[in-house]
Design a binder for this molecule. Structure first.
Ligand SMILES: [Zn+2]
Length: 392
């Protein structure tokens, strides 16, 4: 269904990808999608593919065609210690080593933010003065196609031949999933779907995620997430997919959801605290219909997920009156589990009280048993008491 619509001045192709279904944008009532229903012109997102120095991909997704001529980008990073994998014989899983990551940018001043659009006299990762959602290959990847494994006598090794991408949610340096327009959140969900689908052709497991907050080691404040494409299926993903192949765990969770645990029911999607939450105030956004990943969501489901995602983050931010540090994970089907896996978006908050961080400490690290001091029913009650604001 993809079609090439034009070439940019520098030869970068701009492709327009038709939506699979007609969108009911007018229901959202944002961003003036007037006439979308009549002309169908808004039923498109555009994808511009651009090459960065060193041959890295930069993908610009948006509602509007992006045809600005590129400026100067940051130079390619000289390849340092190449990432590789080592097998942990006791845990039965791979550990990834990436020495070059120590050199990565650490909390730069906003004026030097590498994720902001590059302006005259200031370099950035994205050599344009504006964009909507940008995806580019990480300059400091933990997984890279060029990876080569050292031969070691004491441990089994393998190339970390995956791919790491950065997803920049907005050209604005501030804001986040709790403050973006619903259309931007919908676009982001579509981008997750597009990347999971594209990378899934090569790699067996794709993990889109967002780390938010200095408390959990975020080095850049600009709203962004990442996507890791693994050359293998990690143990936890394989275990979760295996459980879903044996029984429709997520469907049952939705069917039997105790109203005490539900935060929002949007018909086509649900926000809830799972009864087996591993983190205090853990929040899941789940499509009611089983789909293996965001690419299979219908437009109305994307809209529902976008609404619930924003409400979920707003509740977490409102809970202690400060931005909640969290890890957001888009759980997608590993290869081979597409017919049984039910995707979820999981938010794992890292504050258990206004000034108390949830640490994975001795018990969790030593035994793998999580201690949670806020029962899920109480967490849901407290989250429901926070107003997520209107839909504007
Ligand atoms: Zn920035």
């Amino acid at each position: 269904m993809r079609q090439l619509v034009r070439e940019s001045a520098k030869g970068a192709p701009i492709r327009t990808v038709p939506f699979r279904f007609l969108r009911a944008w007018l229901r959202i009532g944002e961003r003036g999608y007037s006439g979308a229903g009549q002309t169908g012109e808004a039923d498109l997102y555009t994808l511009r593919e651009h090459r960065l120095p060193g041959g890295r991909d930069l993908l610009l997704y948006g509602r509007a065609v992006h045809d600005e001529a590129p400026g100067l980008a940051l130079p390619a990073e000289p390849s340092g210690a190449e990432p590789h994998l080592r097998w942990h014989p006791l845990q039965g899983e791979w550990v990834a080593y990436a020495g070059a990551r120590q050199a990565r940018t650490f909390l730069p001043e906003a004026a030097a933010c590498p994720l902001c659009p590059a302006k005259e006299g200031r370099l950035g990762e994205i050599p344009f003065t504006g964009f909507e959602v940008a995806v580019f290959e990480n300059r400091f990847p933990a997984l890279a196609a060029a990876s080569a494994a050292p031969v070691l006598a004491s441990v089994e090794t393998a190339p970390a031949a995956g791919r790491c991408e950065v997803v920049v949610f907005s050209a604005d340096h501030t804001g986040g999933l709790g403050s973006f327009s619903l259309d931007r959140l919908a676009l982001l969900i579509e981008v997750w779907g597009a990347r999971v689908e594209a990378l899934g052709k090569t790699y067996p497991y794709i993990l889109p995620f967002e780390n938010r907050g200095e408390e959990i080691g975020v080095t850049l404040h600009h709203p962004h997430g990442q996507i890791y494409a693994f050359p293998f299926v990690p143990v936890r993903a394989a275990r979760a997919a295996g459980a879903q192949a044996e029984a429709p765990v997520v469907a049952r969770l939705i069917e039997t959801a105790d109203s005490a645990l539900v935060l929002d029911d949007d018909g086509e999607a649900l926000a809830l605290v799972p009864p087996f939450a591993m983190y205090p105030y853990e929040t899941w956004i789940v499509p009611r219909r089983r789909v293996p990943g965001p690419a299979a969501l219908r437009p109305s489901e994307i809209e529902a997920m976008a609404r619930l995602l924003r409400r979920g983050v707003r509740r977490l931010d409102g809970l202690f009156g400060r931005p909640m540090p969290y890890i957001l994970i888009v759980q997608t089907a590993p290869r081979g589990f597409e017919n049984s896996f039910h995707m979820t978006i999981e938010i794992r908050p890292f504050l258990r009280d206004a000034n108390k961080l949830k640490y994975l400490a001795g018990v969790e690290q030593g035994s793998g048993v999580f201690l949670v001091d806020v029962p899920p029913e109480l967490a849901a009650e407290r989250l429901r008491a926070v107003s997520p604001g209107g839909e504007a």
